[in-house]
Design a protein around this ligand. Sequence first.
Ligand SMILES: NC(=O)c1ccc[n+]([C@@H]2O[C@H](COP(=O)([O-])OP(=O)(O)OC[C@H]3O[C@@H](n4cnc5c(N)ncnc54)[C@H](O)[C@@H]3O)[C@@H](O)[C@H]2O)c1
Length: 337
Amino acid sequence: MQHDSSGKIYLVTGGASLIGSHLADHLLARGAAEVRLLDNYALGTPDTIAHLEGEARVTRLRGDILRLNDVIDAARGADGIFALAGFLTIPMAANIPLGVEVNTTGVVNTLEAARIAGVRRVVFASSVAAYGETRADSLTENLPVGLSTASPIAAVYGTTKLLGENIGRLYQQKHGLQFNALRFASVYGERQHERAMNANAIAILHDQILRGECPVIAGDGREVHDYIHVADVASGCLAAMLNGTGGDVLNLVTGEDTNLTQLVEMMLDVCGATHLRPVYREDTRAFRSAGGERLCFSPLQARERIGWTAKVPLREGLRRFTAWREARLGVRPGLPA
Ligand SMILES: NC(=O)c1ccc[n+]([C@@H]2O[C@H](COP(=O)([O-])OP(=O)(O)OC[C@H]3O[C@@H](n4cnc5c(N)ncnc54)[C@H](O)[C@@H]3O)[C@@H](O)[C@H]2O)c1
């Protein structure tokens, strides 16, 4: 399987995103000739890609995926498009009309731009939210989804991702575009923002530990998530771009369920704060992503189809994440933030 992108030109929509910034690093490290980062900064900030300042192979483009011409101009001459621009559940709940439009019309525009500009390959950022509350011993990509019982915002977000997946499949069928959709699990890592519920919970935990407070767990601690480090997501996006045959919808997951109690224990250990003990409180969160006590997303198809597996263990990912946050905040555990 191919793992480098030597000499290639890529467009990343939502280029100032958490995932886009790591994807840019990954593409550059693997020899890309040019990485175009298209963003209207509706949510992301230039800070996220500030470390790429001075990198001659990076082109920053201010543009809106709701304006077709912006995407066509950005796509001309590109070998592939990573369609990352989108609204996660928290920003979507804050602006439902815009969130739905970006996640649907914005994706149609991206595919249409690929068609018009003659770009052959598109990799689309979908989400495990597309499963809703589907339950199975192993959650594989071909299972019917269970969105009707998910919370309204999780269901709407998941529906926009399903729509994106299927519009992409339609473009593949009708226009011969090679399209892959990747269902990311809960992405966390350096340059984390506050727009993703589950990763945000990790940052809140970290803040409590930095203040020397006992970390608070919402509920009984048995809710699980599949936490995936953003560097693994970036490598999965490139693996799909290089090795995907098109038409596949693939989970980009670790396959490991971690419950909130385990997460907190690991964070305390990573932060050297095991003297603090978790406190369980009634779950009063305004929003919850589709969770439960068991998820079991299967990583097998991604391994078979694009030769990708997640490599960063959660403990190592949390170490990188907390080190980045502490350097940014200028604090050490136990000291006031
Ligand atoms: N972070 C996660 O846990 C996660 C999980 C599953 C799927 N995803 C999907 O992956 C993608 C990237 O996630 P992220 O966490 O890096 O997102 P993010 O919120 O950091 O970035 C999204 C980017 O899209 C940009 N954007 C929004 N509207 C735009 C428009 N009209 N035109 C151009 N740019 C626009 C924003 O400014 C922002 O920089 C999203 O589509 C998201 O739904 C993320």
